[in-house]
Design a protein around this ligand. Structure first.
Ligand SMILES: Nc1ncnc2c1ncn2[C@@H]1O[C@H](COP(=O)(O)OP(=O)(O)OP(=O)(O)O)[C@@H](O)[C@H]1O
Ligand code: SF4
Ligand SMILES: [Mg+2]
Length: 407
């Protein structure tokens, strides 16, 4: 669990009901770092900006230590060198997950190609662990999240929840597993029904799953409001009466309603003001500490991901190209793509110098992506072999996996 930083400043009274209320705090250095945060996806300039910002956060944030349960888990299936823990199952194990969308054309809607949105992704998430999933726009992050929840059906691979393969379960069979895995969406404005009261929105999952009677559900909703730093007195208000940050708190409370083990946050703070981002992230980290939650935290913003994650997976065109604990990833990246993203990081120690890697061109289309290593069209060290042979994600150093023939 990443530790809180100093300079905490309470900004909102903690609701009294429920007994487990979460104090909302602002971490000034995080806000400062996030203010400078840039977005992946605009080539080398953006990569540099992101890397620099990430380092700024790194400079102020305590490095997280990976919980024992998380350390015991390892990336899965198509990775040859994985050591599996005996007995214990990770909260989530994803093996060679694929999602290909058909591209249809013409009056007859003939399939003329495939979008290789997710093309063989494997990872695990342990109890109390946060895996950050980063990558440029269109690399498949949201599709991974949606496929895990089976909001979109996978084209291949396996999704194991606590060791149970849920990939082929029917809707009815899937029902108990749905409770274990919840999602927080990016946009707190469009994801909440404006006609429903805040209390009804947060309590809806309890209703859908037939949990408790009306009084019990209302009491649970009041407790959830307290947990995310909202007042139970606000339960009868409507979404338009809440600020963006408060709406995202509602989204978190709703995601917590059924006591899930895993929460998928798909860019959960990207739509928020920088100062509010820090509050929401701190709430998520507090809840993780308190409830032992696991997170898949999807973001294009390396600064945010570094702050909250224990391990980070970097995606490029539907595949994970590097996967390591965050300290290793930020200090000793193996993959040229990760290296490029981080190459402009201003290192606090002037004695340490990093060489700059400037990426050429834009991300290719995931419709018919480049052969072999998808990154070869932009890789500064590509060789002939890279155009033909796709590199496997293999363990290059203990706990550090990368997909590159040359590193
Ligand atoms: N329903 C769909 N039908 C066809 N193509 C899709 C569909 N959903 C996503 N895609 C394509 O899959 C690819 C991955 O999209 P996805 O939304 O997962 O990317 P992302 O990494 O979340 O991007 P962003 O950072 O912009 O949110 C994109 O090329 C997208 O156009
Ligand atoms: S496999 Fe080749 S193209 Fe791909 S990242 Fe490694 S060196 Fe670059
Ligand atoms: Mg997305």
């Amino acid at each position: 669990m990443a530790e809180r930083m100093d300079h905490e400043m309470p900004i909102m009274p903690v609701a009294a009901s429920g007994g487990h209320a979460v104090a909302a705090v602002v971490h000034a250095p995080v806000i400062a770092a996030m203010t400078a945060a840039a977005v992946l996806g605009a080539g080398a300039a953006a990569a540099s900006a992101v890397a620099g910002t990430a380092n700024a956060v790194a400079a102020v944030a305590e490095r997280a230590s990976v919980p024992a349960a998380a350390r015991a888990t390892a990336p899965a299936s198509n990775i040859a060198s994985v050591q599996r823990p005996s007995g214990a199952h990770p909260v989530l194990e994803v093996r060679d997950l694929k999602k290909h969308f058909p591209v249809k054309k013409g009056l007859l809607r003939k399939t003329v190609g495939q979008v290789y949105a997710v093309d063989g992704v494997s990872f695990t998430i342990g109890k109390g662990e946060t895996l950050g999933l980063v990558g440029e726009s269109g690399c498949g992050k949201t599709t991974v999240g949606r496929t895990l929840l089976r909001l979109t059906e996978p084209s291949g691979g396996q999704i194991l929840l606590g060791g149970t393969d849920v990939t082929k379960l029917s809707k009815a069979e899937m029902r108990p597993y749905r409770r274990e895995m919840q999602i927080i969406f990016q946009d707190p404005f469009s994801s909440l029904d404006p006609r429903m009261s805040a209390g009804t929105i947060v309590g809806e999952p309890l209703m859908v799953h037939g949990v408790g009677n009306a009084d019990e559900r209302r009491a649970r909703v009041a407790e959830l409001f307290g947990r995310v730093g909202l007042r139970p007195g606000q339960m009868d208000n409507f979404p338009h009466q809440f600020s963006g940050g408060q709406r995202q708190r509602l989204g978190i409370a709703r995601a917590l309603a059924l006591n899930p083990k895993l929460i998928i946050g798909d860019e959960p703070v990207s739509a928020l003001d920088v100062s509010i981002q820090a509050q929401v992230i701190n709430i998520l980290m507090d809840l993780q500490k308190e409830l032992g939650l696991s997170y898949l935290f999807i973001s294009h913003n390396l600064a945010v991901v570094e702050h909250i994650s224990h391990r980070i997976a970097v995606m490029y065109l539907g595949r994970i190209v590097e996967y390591a604990d965050k300290k290793t990833l930020f200090t000793a990246p193996k993959h040229p793509y990760t290296e490029a993203l981080l190459s402009a990081v201003p290192v606090p120690d002037p004695a340490i110098k990093r060489s700059k890697v400037v990426l050429q061109g834009d991300v290719p289309s995931p419709v018919n992506p480049p052969s072999g290593c998808h990154f070869h069209t932009r890789c500064p060290i590509a060789e002939a072999r890279c155009k033909i042979e796709a590199p496997k994600l293999v363990e290059k150093a203990p706990g550090q996996f990368a997909a590159c023939h040359l590193r």
